[in-house]
Every structure is written in structure tokens, then in C-alpha cells.
Design a protein around this ligand. Structure first.
Ligand code: ZN
Length: 367
């Protein structure tokens, strides 16, 4: 029943964005190509869209990404070169959230996340974590990437191969969890995609820079960004597409924060996730409730909470069912103070957790 961490752990040390992308593309070409094949099927199945249509739509996002972070386009060009694909293929992977919800409301990904301040943990560390729930097929193409990229901080993240950014933390002590949100404003319009924003948060040197990565972007889609740092600041940004007018800030008075796939604040627009994922409010409430049971929360307590089966199979620990085939692909806990990531590959009730350290852990902890 237990298995070892199956995710490839890729280390990248290229300061030039194109060379960085090319290095990644060459090393995980099979996985990036595998993801393209998976999304060809998904877009066909859910939106009856062939890949030519997807590519055409994807290329409309080049300009907003170029304006937001030109180095990301260079990195994607390098990844395309290294994996023998077109730039449009790599952009398509990175705008899959926008394309899917622009085409159709039929695909649902789910995640449940949490954050704990120093005052609430047994080791007085800032710890964040989440179950990342998505299509079962994608798991084999998921990788742990460590990127050394001066002048930006170094990153450790877990993501689908080919994605610019995802769940992770950096050497400046900033950590990030993410949840899908869908609102009535999501119409598939062009803007800065979710996965580019995730990367820019991870590229940030300061907490304010990370927040500005969200607020100053002309966002293409809704999304939830749970950002924390090793000094103990925790801020959750619920966003609709557009600019700062559609950003809703949530702090945590008690130092324990939980989030799933619905807006927790009252928004000016309709929260469509409630219709797509009616189980979301219960998961958001449940993760906070479970963690609040402890006077001080340990990593083991978080692991147990991420195994929670209330409302199974649509529980925090999510199990695949025949229709959507969505499950917990990885259960992730990040200690931002220590700079480590503890991961279970798949539903954590069936898979043991393994702790991994980035190379920058040694450098930071040696000082
Ligand atoms: Zn389970």
C-alpha cells in the first residue's frame, strides 16, 4: 500500500531564461509531451476543441505574459525547443485553466489548503499545505523542480511538467498554496494566466512583491492565492479576473487558515464554483475545524487532517470516481521556517509522506 515518492526531482541552475527552459524541456521531454497528449483529450472531451483551436487560442496569451514577465516567454520558448514542441503547445499547457473555463464549465479541479502561523505549531514554524486534486492521468507527469535563477530567489515547487509555476516556496521564505475558483466573470478572456502569476509569486523577494504579483496583474481568470512567509505573515487573496478591483483580502485572526474552491468573502460577482463543486464549503470549514482541535499543531496533525474522509469521496482526501477521475495527486506540507517540503504522492490515506529539502536549505541553514 505504501510507496516511495515517484516524482522526478529536477534541479535547474540556469540564470538565462531560455537556457533554463531548454534544460527543463530536454530533461522532462517525455512528461511535457505526455501532458500535451492528456490535454488534447481533455479539451476534446469537455469542449469538443481540437488542438489547432487550442493552440490558436493559447497564442493570444503571449502578449499579456510578455508584458507581465518577459522572461517567462523566453523560458517557455526554451522548454518548447528542449521538448521538441511548439511555443503554442507550452502556452496551451500554461493557460489550461483559462482555456478550459473559457470553453466550458465542465471540468472541475479541487484542492483544500491550510496555513498555520508560528503561534499555532508545535515547532513554532510557519507551515502551509494542501491536497492538490486533479486528473489521475496527470500524476505520472508531475515533477518536483528546484530552480536556481539569480537575481530571483531559488524555488522548490511541485507542478505538472511544462508549467511555469505551482505550489511551492522559495529561498526568501515565501510559500504558496493555490485553489481553483470560478466566477461569473470568467469568460475565457485574454490576460495574465493563473500559472504565470503562481510563478511570479514564487519569484518574489519580499512579501509585498508576492502580493503585487497578483494585484497588479491583469488576470485572465479567477483564482485563490494563499501566500505566507517565514516571518509569520499569512494572506489569502481571492480573485476574479481583471485588476485590483477584483481582489479580496483575507487574513487569519486565529492563525489557522483554511481554503477550498469557493469564495469566502462576499463578492461583486457570482461564485460559480458553488454550482460546480458543492462540496467545497464543507472542505474549507472542515480543514480549519480539524486543525483548530489542537492546542499546537504538528506536521503529523496536518497529515492526519489531509487524510480526512468526511463527505467521501468528495472529501479533503479526494478519491477518484468514474466520471471525472479526479483524485488527490499530491498531499503537500511546506515548512517555510525550516525550508522543507513533505509530500505524499496521491491520497495521503494510502501513501506515506516523504520530506524533501532543496539545496538552498543547506545554504540557508549553514549560515
Ligand atoms: Zn483517502
Amino acid at each position: 500500500m505504501k510507496k516511495e515518492l515517484p516524482f522526478l526531482h529536477l534541479k535547474v541552475q540556469e540564470s538565462d531564461p531560455f537556457q533554463r527552459g531548454k534544460f527543463i524541456g530536454e530533461r522532462v521531454s517525455d512528461k511535457i509531451n505526455g501532458n500535451v497528449e492528456i490535454y488534447k483529450k481533455i479539451f476534446k472531451e469537455y469542449a469538443n476543441a481540437d488542438w489547432d483551436t487550442v493552440q490558436t487560442k493559447a497564442l493570444r496569451f503571449v502578449e499579456p505574459i510578455q508584458e507581465y514577465a518577459p522572461e517567462m516567454i523566453e523560458e517557455l520558448k526554451g522548454m518548447a525547443k528542449g521538448s521538441d514542441l511548439d511555443l503554442a503547445d507550452l502556452i496551451a499547457l500554461n493557460v489550461r485553466t483559462e482555456i478550459m473555463f473559457g470553453f466550458s464549465q465542465g471540468v472541475s479541479a479541487e484542492c483544500t489548503a491550510c496555513a498555520l502561523s508560528k503561534n499555532n505549531t508545535t515547532n513554532q514554524h510557519v507551515i502551509i499545505g494542501q491536497n492538490w486534486d486533479w486528473k489521475t492521468d496527470v500524476q505520472k507527469n508531475t515533477i518536483i523542480t528546484e530552480i536556481e535563477q539569480p537575481p530571483y530567489p531559488s524555488i522548490m515547487m511541485i507542478a505538472e511538467a511544462g508549467h511555469l509555476g505551482k505550489i511551492g516556496f522559495n529561498s526568501a521564505g515565501i510559500g504558496l498554496c493555490a485553489n481553483l475558483l470560478v466566477s461569473s466573470l470568467d469568460k475565457g478572456e485574454v490576460g495574465v494566466p493563473f500559472h504565470a502569476i503562481l510563478r511570479k509569486i514564487l519569484n518574489s523577494r519580499t512579501f509585498n512583491e508576492a502580493v503585487r504579483a497578483v494585484t497588479l496583474a491583469n488576470r485572465a481568470s479567477s483564482g485563490n492565492y494563499l501566500i505566507a512567509n517565514d516571518k509569520g505573515t499569512i494572506l489569502n487573496l481571492e480573485t476574479g479576473p481583471g485588476g485590483k478591483e477584483n481582489v479580496y483580502y483575507l487574513g487569519s485572526d486565529e492563525g489557522i487558515f483554511g481554503h477550498a474552491n469557493n469564495f469566502l468573502v462576499e463578492t461583486d460577482f457570482e461564485d460559480k464554483t458553488l454550482g460546480i463543486l458543492p462540496d467545497s464549503p464543507a472542505r474549507a470549514k472542515n480543514i480549519k475545524h480539524e486543525l483548530s482541535k489542537f492546542a499546537e499543531v504538528s506536521v503529523e496533525h496536518i497529515q492526519d487532517t489531509l487524510r480526512n474522509h468526511d463527505n467521501f469521496p468528495n472529501s479533503i482526501c479526494r478519491h477518484s470516481e468514474p466520471i471525472n477521475q479526479i483524485q488527490t495527486l499530491a498531499s503537500i506540507i511546506m515548512d517555510l521556517t525550516e525550508k522543507s517540503m513533505t509530500i505524499a504522492p496521491g491520497p495521503p490515506c494510502e501513501n506515506s509522506f516523504t520530506k524533501v529539502y532543496p539545496d538552498f536549505y543547506k545554504k540557508i541553514n549553514a549560515v
